[in-house]
Design a binder for this molecule. Structure first.
Ligand code: ADP
Ligand code: MG
Length: 150
């Protein structure tokens, strides 16, 4: 296990950190984003998805009601929000089982709602409110999953 922790002081800084994470990612990977409502999970996803060239920052919005958004550009990113998931049947409707057969990055908000099974490398990121504009962000990976910044 490798872990990193940092604090951001604005929305823009969290997006920039997401871009940095994207630069170190090699698909396929599963990214699990935990943390309270408003802790910045969707904001960080804007950085990751835009950093990968999958979508523009402003195209990345919360999939709260649709449960999943697919961004298809230079890379393919599935952005899943399980906050409103009622039961496993919802998931079958989404066809989420199929996403793990592709060379993609899958980003999941509220991952604790569901046991996701995959043999992909998993990156766990926890976000916590420190103050109105400050967030503590902890990243945990299996060794070698995220390339180190040279
Ligand atoms: P979540 O997906 O975890 O519910 P969002 O990313 O949708 O959270 O919302 C985070 C909110 O907090 C946004 O309105 C964002 O502008 C604001 N915010 C303020 N400071 C930060 C920060 N340092 N990092 C991320 N978001 C921040
Ligand atoms: Mg969100």
């Amino acid at each position: 296990m490798a872990s990193e922790e940092f604090t951001t002081h604005s929305t823009e800084e969290t997006i920039a950190r997401g871009r940095e994470i994207a630069a170190r990612l090699k698909p396929p990977a599963l990214i699990l984003l935990s943390g309270d409502l408003g802790s910045g999970k969707t904001t960080l996803t804007k950085g990751i998805a835009s950093g990968l060239g999958a979508a523009r920052e402003e195209e990345v919005t919360s999939p709260t009601f649709t449960l999943v958004h697919k961004y298809d550009g230079a890379a393919r990113v599935y952005h899943v929000d399980l906050y409103r998931i009622a039961d496993l049947r919802d998931l079958e409707t989404l066809g989420l089982e199929d996403v793990f057969s592709e060379q993609a990055i899958v980003i999941v908000e509220w991952p604790e709602k569901l046991a996701l099974r995959t043999d992909w490398p998993v990156i766990r990121i926890h976000l916590a409110h420190l103050s109105e504009d400050e967030r503590r962000i902890s990243v945990e990976t299996q060794q070698g999953t995220l390339a180190t910044i040279p």
